[in-house]
Design a protein around this ligand. Structure first.
Ligand SMILES: *C1O[C@H](CO)[C@@H](O)[C@H](O)[C@H]1NC(C)=O
Ligand SMILES: *[C@@H]1O[C@H](CO)[C@@H](O)[C@H](O)[C@H]1NC(C)=O
Ligand SMILES: *[C@@H]1O[C@H](CO)[C@@H](O)[C@H](O)[C@H]1NC(C)=O
Ligand SMILES: *[C@@H]1O[C@H](CO)[C@@H](O)[C@H](O)[C@H]1NC(C)=O
Ligand SMILES: *[C@@H]1O[C@H](CO)[C@@H](O)[C@H](O)[C@H]1NC(C)=O
Ligand SMILES: *[C@@H]1O[C@H](CO)[C@@H](O)[C@H](O)[C@H]1NC(C)=O
Ligand SMILES: *[C@@H]1O[C@H](CO)[C@@H](O)[C@H](O)[C@H]1NC(C)=O
Ligand SMILES: *[C@@H]1O[C@H](CO)[C@@H](O)[C@H](O)[C@H]1NC(C)=O
Ligand SMILES: *[C@@H]1O[C@H](CO)[C@@H](O)[C@H](O)[C@H]1NC(C)=O
Ligand SMILES: *[C@@H]1O[C@H](CO)[C@@H](O)[C@H](O)[C@H]1NC(C)=O
Ligand SMILES: *[C@@H]1O[C@H](CO)[C@@H](O)[C@H](O)[C@H]1NC(C)=O
Ligand SMILES: *[C@@H]1O[C@H](CO)[C@@H](O)[C@H](O)[C@H]1NC(C)=O
Length: 789
């Protein structure tokens, strides 16, 4: 800054020096601006000395005067010409022209245009001139144009093409003249030039979409200046264009306009509305694998986009599955408007397969739980099929059903079927409960379990019931021979051999099973007889014969037992007993039969003359209360067994001594059937034979005994030898010995007798005599005197 100032000062000094050197005149003020007709005064000073000086000017010029200074004054200045001069010497004159700016304000500033009264047509070109009148100095004048107080141009004449937005714009121009610093700044504005821009009528719509409720007027106004007169037609009918439009008003309209000009145009009007969304329900129900008809209506123009959302994701509802259940939002949207509606989808489906129900085995006495669960909508109802006894309970827990078996028994074995059903279907599953190592029991009880009746006796009844008790099970007797109306009773027919009463039941969870009544119809034998086979008249010892016990009309065959008797004693046959029957299959046959019990025995002599019996008995505990009563005995069979003679040698030794003079008896005894004949022969003279095979021999020799019967003979030889007679000697010795022994014995006995006699008599009660036998009977005080034991 200081540098700049210094520069200016230096420059001024240079100018002064130049002036000084040429001309010492100083004008004060050096420069002056004066309004036309106003006064001005300029002091012309030479260099302080008196000089000849003067002023030349068309106004108030001053002739040469001697002065230090000379002041030129004009009161009504009209010229800019004024010159101060100083005569410096002869022919030397220096002058200084006064720097005067004479000015004057514009008299008028007008806008001149070729539009009439400011009326302009949009787009046309008009010129505007800013006409500044009476201003001095004219060349110093500049022009500024304003439109609505906004500067826009500076030319004195401008070309202007108005737009409709400039309708009623105010245009003015300003004339400016800057005479500063000596003079003023002149700023004069013209009058406002108001323009009126005409255009139209202008219909901008050709193809238009108008929202429902709006009007043609508002959406398709006809622009124009002057305001046009507009008539709308549709189908040759004039339309009230200020009436709100409805969605049915789409179509082609014709518009007649008259304003700046008259024109007709056609407009294709579409009415936009919506989107409108209307679903009839807030929830929909559908069966799985079907299609839901949401039946929602979507309206609107332009056509809205419709999308379905579930959990924030766009979805498509096709064939419904259970996963599709839930809340949905249906959204209809155009570029600007979004509407939505929520609804719920409920999917019905039949129960799924049953889970968690599995076959298993349990231990007796434990608790068993069977769970049945199936998915389904609506929630399935459960039912069970099983053999229903009192320790089984059903419990519905949440969405499942539990079957509880407390203290399980073998009767809880079986099939357990769970059914799950809803309106749309039923599923079932069967689990089997077993006990390891146990068999399925048939829950039937027949009472009595066994029925033993005599043929032709009174009828009796058996009942069949479930056991353990269970309701509503189907029980019947299979044998209809004795069937009663009541299905659980069976009446025995004691004439029917073939009754086979079976009680049958059909049980849920177990199926069919049956129990047999152990029904026995018995008949005691009509007769029993014993015979022997192989008896061709003579039965010899060691013959093998067959004993046959025949029993007639007995039942049941398998229960018949035969007892064999020899004499009055029973015996067990040594060999196998063969049983045969008049009908085959002894173990099965029920009706009365004829039976043969055969056994082989080997005969011996002890069987001779013995009565054989057989007796039949039924081995049925029920009729064996009195065992022997029921034994049906045969009549006796008297067996005769023939056998060869045999001599009893124990009584007859081979050598027999005889004392001379004494006779010796020889007795030959022989066994045999028939009784053998005994004959003695000898090599000496045979003494006379006595009956019973007895002979008395005296002579020594060989004696032969022969026993014979029709089946054979036996012989025995006895040799009789002679012996010396020592008998008297021996007899004497024996007599002496006997005497000695007798004496010793008597002696010993007499000592023993004395001792025992004393003791025994002490036991006698001495009181008895005194009391005359009248004593209390104390049990041990017997009234009887104790006698010698
Ligand atoms: C100034 O001069 C003009 C013409 O020279 C004249 O018409 C005017 O009356 C004068 N004004 C006065 C105040 O003298
Ligand atoms: C002109 O200048 C002189 C000398 O400087 C002075 O005395 C005088 O008063 C001035 N006159 C006017 C009108 O200023
Ligand atoms: C006005 O003047 C301009 C320029 O001179 C010319 O182009 C235009 O046609 C004129 N307009 C009228 C209505 O005379
Ligand atoms: C001219 O004068 C008017 C009115 O006094 C003023 O509003 C305008 O700003 C002036 N123009 C300039 C360029 O100074
Ligand atoms: C045109 O419609 C507007 C609005 O409905 C109504 O006010 C006006 O009276 C109607 N004009 C005629 C001519 O029906
Ligand atoms: C759909 O809705 C219409 C009208 O709301 C009704 O007549 C029709 O029966 C509905 N169809 C179905 C499948 O719900
Ligand atoms: C099982 O038997 C009990 C008692 O008799 C009865 O209350 C229950 O309904 C029966 N259950 C079934 C599934 O039959
Ligand atoms: C379970 O059953 C057995 C025999 O059936 C019986 O003795 C026992 O008391 C039962 N226990 C319970 C807890 O019912
Ligand atoms: C068999 O009979 C004899 C006599 O006849 C008799 O002594 C015997 O005691 C009887 N035995 C039986 C077991 O009856
Ligand atoms: C008995 O003996 C006969 C002949 O030797 C034989 O055929 C039969 O089978 C035997 N019977 C028995 C039961 O041993
Ligand atoms: C068997 O018969 C014989 C001869 O006929 C007879 O002697 C015997 O006493 C009879 N035995 C019985 C036990 O009847
Ligand atoms: C032989 O006789 C004796 C004596 O009388 C007798 O004890 C025995 O049993 C008889 N023996 C036979 C085989 O008969």
């Amino acid at each position: 800054m200081t540098n700049t100032i210094l520069f200016v000062q230096l420059f001024m000094g240079f100018l002064l020096i130049v002036a000084d050197s040429s001309c010492p005149i100083t004008l004060s003020p050096s420069r002056v601006a004066v309004k036309y007709g106003h006064s001005v005064s300029i002091n012309c000073t030479a260099d302080g000395e008196l000089r000849e000086m003067g002023w030349e000017s068309p106004q108030e010029g001053i002739g040469v005067e001697m002065a230090n200074y000379l002041t030129w004054s004009v009161t009504n200045l009209t010229t800019e010409e004024a010159l101060c001069f100083v005569n410096m010497g002869p022919d030397q004159q220096c002058t200084q022209r006064a720097d005067i700016v004479l000015y004057n304000y514009p008299e008028t500033v007008n806008i001149i245009s070729n539009s009439t009264d400011g009326f302009m047509v949009e787009g046309a070109v008009y010129h505007l001139i800013c006409d500044v009148h009476g201003v001095v100095p004219a060349e110093k004048v500049s022009v500024m144009w304003y439109i609505n107080e906004t500067y826009f141009q500076k030319e004195r004449m401008i070309y202007f093409s108005p737009s409709r937005t400039q309708d009623r714009a105010e245009i003015r121009c300003e004339a400016h003249m800057d005479l500063m610093p000596e003079g003023p700044y002149i700023n004069v504005s013209s009058q406002i030039f108001k323009i009126n821009v005409n255009f139209g009528p202008e219909m901008l719509c050709t193809d238009v979409t108008i929202a429902e409720g709006e009007t043609l007027d508002s959406k398709c106004p006809v622009r124009g200046n002057p305001t046009p007169y507009v008539e709308w037609f549709k189908n040759q009918q004039q339309i009230n264009s200020t009436a709100p439009l409805t969605r049915n008003d789409s179509g082609i309209y014709f518009v007649n306009t008259s304003g700046l000009a008259i024109s007709q145009s056609s407009v294709n009007v579409s009415i936009s509305y919506g989107p409108e969304l209307n679903c009839p329900h807030y929830y929909y129900t559908a069966l799985e694998h079907t299609i839901i008809n949401l039946n929602c209506t979507v309206g609107g123009y332009p056509k809205p986009e419709v999308a379905l959302y579930k959990d924030g994701e766009e979805v498509y509802l096709g064939i419904i599955t259970r996963k599709d259940a839930g809340d949905y939002v249906l959204v209809a949207s155009t570029e600007t408007i979004v509407v939505n509606q929520t609804f719920e989808v409920i999917v019905y489906y039949p129960p799924s397969e049953i889970f968690e129900l599995e076959s298993s085995s349990f231990t007796l006495g434990s608790s068993v739980y069977l769970k049945c669960y199936a998915r389904g909508n609506p929630r399935p109802k459960y039912s069970w099929i099983y053999y229903n006894i009192s320790n089984v309970f059903e419990e519905n827990v949440e969405e499942s059903s539990i079957l509880v078996i407390q203290n399980a028994t073998t009767f809880n074995m079986g099939n357990y079927t769970c059914l799950a059903s809803n309106e749309y279907g039923t599923v079932f599953k069967t689990a089997r409960l077993t006990v390891e190592g146990a068999k399925q029991e048939c829950p039937l009880q027949i009472s009595p379990e066994r029925m033993v009746l005599e043929y032709n006796s009174a009828r009796k009844t058996a009942t069949c019931k479930t056991h353990p008790t269970s309701a509503n099970e189907d029980i019947y007797w299979l044998d209809n021979s004795g069937n009663n109306n009541s299905s659980d009773e069976w009446v025995a027919d004691t004439h029917n051999w073939n009754a086979n009463p079976v009680c049958k039941g059909v049980f849920k969870g177990i199926g069919e099973c049956e129990k047999k009544l152990d029904f026995i119809l018995y008949k005691k034998p009509d007769s029993v007889s014993i015979s022997i086979k192989g008896d061709n008249g003579t039965l010899m010892e060691n013959d093998s014969v067959t004993l046959i016990c025949e029993i007639t009309s007995v039942a049941p065959a398998k229960s018949v037992i035969v007892h064999w008797f020899k004499g009055n004693e029973s015996f067990t046959p040594p060999n196998e007993v063969q049983v045969s029957c008049s009908k085959p299959n002894i173990d099965e046959i029920k009706e009365s039969v004829q039976m043969w019990f055969k056994t082989n025995i080997t005969l011996n002599r002890t069987n001779n003359g013995v009565d054989f019996f057989c007796g039949a008995v039924l081995n049925l505990p029920e009729i064996q209360a009195e065992p022997n009563q029921d034994l049906t005995k045969s009549s006796p069979l008297n067996v005769t067994v023939y056998y060869l003679p045999s001599i009893n040698t124990t009584k007859l030794s081979h050598t027999v001594p005889v004392f001379s003079g004494y006779a010796e008896d020889l007795k030959c005894e022989a066994d045999g059937n028939p009784r053998p004949e005994i004959t003695w022969t000898a090599d000496v003279a045979l003494p006379p034979q006595q009956p019973n095979g007895l002979i008395s021999v005296i002579e020594k020799g060989k004696y032969t005994c022969k026993a014979s019967n029709p089946y054979g003979s036996d012989t025995h030889v006895v040799e009789v030898i002679e012996k010396v007679d020592y008998l008297p000697l021996i007899a004497g010795f024996v007599a002496v010995t006997v005497v000695i022994i007798s004496m010793i014995f008597i002696f010993i006995y007499s000592i023993y007798y004395k001792n025992t006699k004393m003791r025994r008599y002490n036991l006698k009660n001495p009181k008895l005599g005194a009391h005359n036998g009248n004593v209390a009977h104390n049990g041990w005080d017997l009234p009887l005197p104790m006698t010698k034991l």
